[in-house]
Design a protein around this ligand. Structure first.
Ligand code: NZQ
Ligand code: ZN
Length: 382
C-alpha cells in the first residue's frame, strides 16, 4: 500500500427528512444563493423543503444549470453572486448542479480569468463556502473536491479542497422521482468509479479492496432492483450511500488508479452529448479487454470475491468477469458499444484529436495508455 493522507471534511446528513438540517448547517447570517438545474426540484417537493428550511435565512436563487454544466451559464451565476453580495452557495440537484456550483464558488473569488481554473489548473487562494442537497446518486461530487465543467466541445475538470461541500444532504426519498434512465446512469457511474480505483494491480491494500468489493456487490445487487421495483426506498438508500462512498476518496487512498475510461468518456460527451455514464459503459469493457494482461490479477479477484467464481484459471476468471460486467450494464439498460449510440469508426479521429489536444496521452495506472492505445480501445468499443 502506498503512503497517503486522508481527510474528508464533508458532513453527511443522510435519510428521510434531512433537508431540514440545512437550517442549522448554514450560518444564520449567511446570504445564500440556491443553485439548481432545469426544474426537477420544483415538481418533486425538494424546492418546498429547501424554502422551508431556509425560512430564517436571507436567500435568492439561480436556476438553469444544465446537465454537463456550461461555463457561460455558470459565469452568469458568478456575476449574480458578485452583484448581489451572496456569501454562501447551496447546490440543489445532481452532479451537474453540484459541479457547476463548485465552479461558481471558485470563480466568484478568483483573481484573474476564471477559465484558467479549468484550462490551466490555476490554483485557488479562496472560495465561497458551499453546501448541497443531492438529488441524483451518481458522481460522488457531494463529498469530493472535483468538478467537471463544459465549454463547447471541451469537457474539463478541476480539483480544489476549497470547493468541497461543507455538508451534503442525502435523502433517498428525493431520488424516487428520477427517470429509469437517470437511475441507470447513476448506478453505472458509481460502479465505474469503484472499478477505476480497484481494477489496477494488487498492492496488498486489503481494506480498500474489501470496501471496493462491498460497493461493487451492492451496486450489482441493488441496481437492477431500482429498475424493477422503482418505489423501493431501501434499494435507493443503499444505492445512494454506495455512490457517495464510491468517490469520496476513501477507497482510492494508497492504491493505483486508472481514470482512462473517464478521460475517454468525457471526450464522447464533449463531442456527441452522450450521457456521462453511458460513455463509461461503452469504454470500460474495451479498456478491461485491452488491458487484461496488466489487470488480470484484480479482475480474477473481482470474479472470485464479488461474482463468486471459483473454478478456472485467472485468465478464464478475468474474461468471464468482463463478460459479467457487460451483462450487468445490459441489465441496467445502458449501451456497451459505440454503435449502440449511433457512433463508430468514423468518429474516432475526432475523439483522438481531442484527447491529444487535452493532453490525455499517459492514461491508466501505468501511464501507458497513449494516443495510439486510446485509438485501439475506441476501435474495440465499436
Ligand atoms: O436539471 P434538473 O431539472 O434537476 O434535472 C436533472 C437532469 O436533467 C435530473 N434530475 C436530477 N435529480 C433528479 C432529476 N430528475 C428527477 N428527479 C430527481 N431527483 O437528472 C438529469 C441529469 O442530472 P445531472 O446532474 O447531469 O446528472 P449526474 O448526477 O449524473 O451528473 C453528471 C455530471 O457530473 C460529472 C459528469 O461529467 C457530468 O457532467 N461528474 C462529476 C464528478 C465529480 N465531480 O466528482 C465525477 C463524475 O465522474 C462525473 O464526471
Ligand atoms: Zn463518473
Amino acid at each position: 500500500m502506498n503512503n497517503f493522507t486522508f481527510h474528508n471534511p464533508t458532513i453527511i446528513h443522510f435519510g428521510q427528512g434531512q433537508i431540514s438540517a440545512i437550517s442549522q448547517a448554514i450560518p444564520a447570517d449567511a446570504k445564500v444563493l440556491v443553485t439548481y438545474g432545469g426544474g426537477s426540484i420544483k415538481t418533486n417537493g425538494v424546492y418546498e423543503q429547501v424554502v422551508e428550511a431556509l425560512s430564517g435565512h436571507e436567500w435568492g436563487e439561480f436556476s438553469g444549470i444544465e446537465p454537463n454544466p456550461q461555463y457561460d451559464t455558470l459565469m452568469q451565476a458568478v456575476q449574480k453572486v458578485k452583484q448581489e453580495g451572496y456569501n454562501y452557495v447551496l447546490a440543489v440537484g445532481g452532479g451537474s448542479v453540484v459541479d457547476g456550483s463548485k465552479f461558481i464558488v471558485a470563480a466568484a473569488e478568483f483573481d484573474g480569468n476564471p477559465w484558467d481554473i479549468l484550462a490551466q489548473g490555476a490554483a485557488l487562494q479562496t472560495a465561497l463556502p458551499l453546501g448541497c442537497v443531492l438529488t441524483l446518486p451518481a458522481t460522488g461530487s457531494e463529498s469530493n473536491a472535483g468538478s467537471v465543467v463544459s465549454k463547447g466541445n471541451d469537457k474539463l475538470f478541476f480539483f480544489s479542497p476549497l470547493v468541497q461541500p461543507a455538508f451534503a444532504v442525502l435523502d433517498p426519498q428525493v431520488t424516487l422521482s428520477l427517470s429509469a434512465r437517470q437511475v441507470s446512469n447513476g448506478v453505472v457511474d458509481a460502479f465505474v468509479h469503484v472499478m477505476e480505483q480497484y481494477v489496477t494491480f494488487p498492492v496488498n491494500a486489503k481494506v480498500q479492496d474489501r470496501f471496493a468489493e462491498g460497493l461493487l456487490a451492492t451496486l450489482m445487487e441493488e441496481g437492477p432492483k431500482a429498475l424493477s421495483t422503482p418505489q423501493d426506498l431501501k434499494v435507493r438508500s443503499n444505492i445512494m450511500w454506495s455512490a457517495t462512498q464510491a468517490l469520496n476518496g476513501l477507497i482510492g487512498v494508497g492504491v493505483p488508479q486508472d481514470w482512462a475510461t473517464h478521460m475517454i468518456g468525457h471526450e464522447i460527451t464533449g463531442h456527441y452529448g452522450v450521457d456521462h455514464a453511458r460513455t463509461l459503459s461503452i469504454v470500460l469493457p474495451a479498456v478491461l479487454k485491452f488491458k487484461t494482461p496488466q489487470k488480470q490479477a484484480k479482475l480474477a479477484q473481482f470474479a472470485e470475491r464479488v461474482l463468486g467464481m471459483q473454478a478456472g484459471s485467472d485468465e478464464q476468471k478475468a474474461s468471464q468477469a468482463i463478460a459479467k460486467i457487460e451483462a450487468f450494464f445490459q441489465s441496467m439498460e445502458v449501451p456497451t458499444r459505440l454503435s449502440d449510440v449511433d457512433l463508430g469508426a468514423d468518429n474516432i479521429d475526432t475523439l483522438i484529436n481531442s484527447l491529444q489536444q487535452h493532453g490525455r496521452e499517459q492514461l491508466g495506472e501505468h501511464g501507458d495508455i497513449d494516443i495510439a492505445t486510446s485509438r485501439k480501445i475506441l476501435e474495440l468499443a465499436c
